[in-house]
Design a protein around this ligand. Structure first.
Ligand SMILES: [Zn+2]
Length: 448
């Protein structure tokens, strides 16, 4: 690509506060001009007429599992980047639960180096404890110096409250957040799905909502005591939303994210009762895809009351950002009994379509949704703003909020095809993603 003129789209840029019909000229990976009404005259540019389409800054994912190093049969940095582009993401924050864990300067630098030249910004998150074993604090300072943007033992909680306290104290002067995977293992161990009426009916051991809430409340108390910055990953329960809302009112430095699947799917999907409209028909028999391990995720898909509370948290600002928790697995880890399956949903490529259900049900406007995917996650982690302005590196996504499409895992760019959305119709389709010189196009994008 040398020159592309994005013409006549609705530019929604929460970083600059712009929401208007606009033309954007991209030249050699940079934004050469932003104008409107055909004011940009250029020769030798490919012109894309984007009437009815949205132009926004590239999406920012605070929670991506790359699987490299160590589990390349599930995903590599390169395939995750392709999935990110197909999902509209130009920045992904990489969780450190790789093998080895990202718990040192060397491992952080390795991920940064392997990601160079791929277009998408890959920002590593360092582990809180050595090997993510929850025993000894990892060298947070040298990881920060090497480019870590946050710290987390995600996949596992930091069960030792004293260690969590020290992590919050040490990271505070660095200004980097501690990301909590809030799970009290004494309550959750052995569970595979949300504990409630559906798990009882299916005979699957449950994970109670309290396993999340007690840990969020502990970590909020520690953040309040230390003045450290806390970010709560994948909020999924009434109690966690309440705890974060109360903490914010008291002025605690806490931010939070919710995943698209926790905002749109319930535990009924585990029984094969797949309903994206939330019209709550009372099911009678198990659905065709009951016990499908593609619905197995941690925290688990929750019951409707919890889903409603998380949506309300997004609506009132308790939840700052939408993050995918993209967790690709191979069939090896998923084609087995429900209790044995690995936790995780491959989420980068369906994120927009699922998040758009918030707009469909009136819980968010389109500009607010764009903010939840761009400026709000950037703010939560203190990442530099990536506004659509002249001279900036081109980090853009074009999407059609009305376009419907059917999820086909065999066509996903991610190596992880583990999605419960196989065959489901989503509304909201990414058509074009530009990450510097790297341009990803949907086959559905018509050039003129
Ligand atoms: Zn987690």
């Amino acid at each position: 690509m040398a020159r592309v003129l994005l013409r006549n789209g609705r530019l929604i840029c929460p970083f600059t506060g712009v929401d208007r019909t606009a033309d954007v000229l991209v030249e050699d990976g940079r934004i050469a001009a932003v104008g409107h009404g055909g004011g940009i005259v250029t020769e030798n540019a490919e012109v894309l007429d984007l009437a009815g389409k949205i132009i926004s800054p590239g999406f920012v994912d605070l929670h991506t599992h790359l699987r490299e190093p160590g589990e390349e049969h599930k995903e590599t940095i390169a395939t995750a980047v392709e999935a990110a582009l197909a999902g509209g993401f130009t920045t992904v924050c990489a969780m450190p639960n790789t093998q080895p864990a990202l718990d040192s300067r060397i491992t952080i630098e390795t991920v940064a180096r392997r990601s160079e030249g791929l277009g998408v910004r890959v920002l590593p998150i360092g582990a809180i404890t050595v090997g993510r074993r929850g025993e000894q604090l990892a060298p947070l300072g040298s990881m920060a110096a090497a480019g870590a943007v946050a710290f987390s033992d995600d996949g596992s909680p930091v069960s030792d409250a004293g260690l969590m306290r020290r992590a919050l104290e040490y990271s505070r002067p660095m200004g980097l957040p501690i990301v909590t995977h809030a799970e009290e293992l004494a309550l959750s161990a052995g569970g595979s799905m949300h504990e409630g009426a559906v798990s009882a009916r299916l005979g699957v051991r449950g994970i109670p909502a309290a396993a999340e809430e007690v840990m969020v409340r502990r970590d909020v108390a520690l953040a309040e005591m230390t003045g450290g910055r806390l970010h709560v990953a994948h909020v999924s329960t009434v109690g966690a939303v309440d705890a974060i809302r109360e903490a914010k009112r008291r002025g605690v430095a806490v931010t939070a994210e919710a995943t698209p699947h926790h905002l749109a799917l319930t535990d009924e999907w585990v029984a094969g009762w797949e309903d994206l409209d939330g019209d709550g028909r009372p099911p009678t028999a198990l659905g065709e895809r009951a016990y499908d391990t593609s619905t197995k995720v941690n925290p688990p898909l929750r019951s409707r009351d919890h889903v409603e509370a998380v949506i309300e948290g997004v609506r009132d600002g308790t939840i700052d950002a939408i993050a995918t928790d993209h967790a690709p697995h191979s069939p090896l880890e998923k084609e087995c009994e429900y209790g044995c399956g690995a936790f995780g949903i491959s989420g980068l490529e369906t994120a927009l379509g699922l998040a758009m259900t918030l707009v469909g049900r009136g819980a968010a406007t389109l500009p607010r949704l764009v903010a939840l995917l761009t400026s709000e996650p950037a703010r939560a982690f203190g990442l530099p703003p990536q506004g659509v302005r002249e001279g900036a590196r081109a980090e853009l996504v074009v999407f059609d909020p009305e376009r419907e499409w059917v999820v086909d895992p065999s066509r996903m760019a991610s190596r992880g095809r583990n999605t419960p959305l196989d065959g489901h119709r989503l509304r909201g389709r990414v058509l074009l993603t530009i990450a510097g010189e790297r341009v990803w196009r949907s086959p559905e994008l018509e050039a003129r």
